[in-house]
Design a protein. Structure first.
Length: 256
């Protein structure tokens, strides 16, 4: 049997410190989530566990592992070089959102927010790099836990692709993605003559794979070539940028 991914869910007794657990883990360089893998930016509990154990008041943290999980992290400058090989780079875009910031934020929350803000600033300092930030919105509570949702991020990426294609600014576009949300924007860019390169994992949506002109699987060799060990975290903006996030929001454009 071949296993491509493993998920470890750990539950904890109810405590006043549970809400700070994810923030504290992130401050220690440990990636974890309180929700599902597709609920990026959220700090709510898992809807699956909520359905299985509707009356449980225990906190839960999800750790995801795969054969790609290593001590290395993504070097975004190296990633962009690999994605734009053979083309002159016009610009690289990174799409994300800052965490929701409460008026009465705790110290760990402030540290987490400031850390993300510093990462985006370092990333913006890379040559020909642009960071587009949406926003994280508070959507009330579910089972006593806050719900946060990222907004505008996907729309920013689609609008940038279509505008640059329509204005004949680019000839090629490369991005890292796995779902089919961007297919309408991709087809619009292709109608303008843009060649679309997709960099994807093994579970990319089939419709997305069929839509793109060229496809590159993110293999072990590829990931190792764009990785940097945590001890090599940058000291200035023109060295490698090590993010507290994955690379799925990167989009690269080639100059016409």
């Amino acid at each position: 049997m071949r296993i491509n991914a493993l998920f470890l869910n750990v539950s904890f007794p109810e405590s006043e410190e549970n809400e700070m657990m994810l923030f504290n883990l992130d401050l220690q360089g440990i990636s974890a989530s309180g929700g599902s893998a597709c609920s990026s930016g959220a700090t709510t509990g898992s809807h699956v566990l909520g359905a299985l154990y509707p009356n449980s008041k225990r906190g839960a943290v999800r750790f995801s592992f795969s054969k790609y999980t290593k001590v290395e992290e993504i070097d975004y400058a190296a990633l962009v070089r690999r994605m734009s090989v053979g083309n002159e780079l016009m610009r690289a875009y990174y799409y994300d959102a800052l965490p929701f910031r409460r008026h009465n934020s705790s110290w760990p929350e402030q540290q987490y927010y400031n850390g993300r803000k510093q990462f985006f600033a370092r990333l913006s300092g890379l040559p020909r790099f642009t960071v587009r930030l949406g926003q994280t919105e508070f959507r009330g509570h579910e089972n006593g836990k806050p719900i946060y949702v990222q907004k505008r991020v996907d729309v920013f990426q689609a609008v940038d692709l279509v505008l640059m294609a329509a204005k004949r600014i680019i000839t090629d576009a490369a991005f890292v993605a796995g779902d089919s949300d961007f297919i309408p924007a991709i087809k619009a860019a292709q109608d303008e003559g843009v060649v679309v390169h997709l960099f994807h994992g093994r579970n990319a949506h089939q419709d997305l794979l069929e839509c793109c002109d060229e496809r590159t699987l993110l293999t072990d060799e590829f990931l190792q070539s764009v990785s940097v060990k945590p001890v090599s975290r940058i000291r200035n903006a023109h060295q490698a940028v090590v993010p507290p996030a994955n690379a799925e929001n990167v989009y690269v454009t080639a100059q016409a």
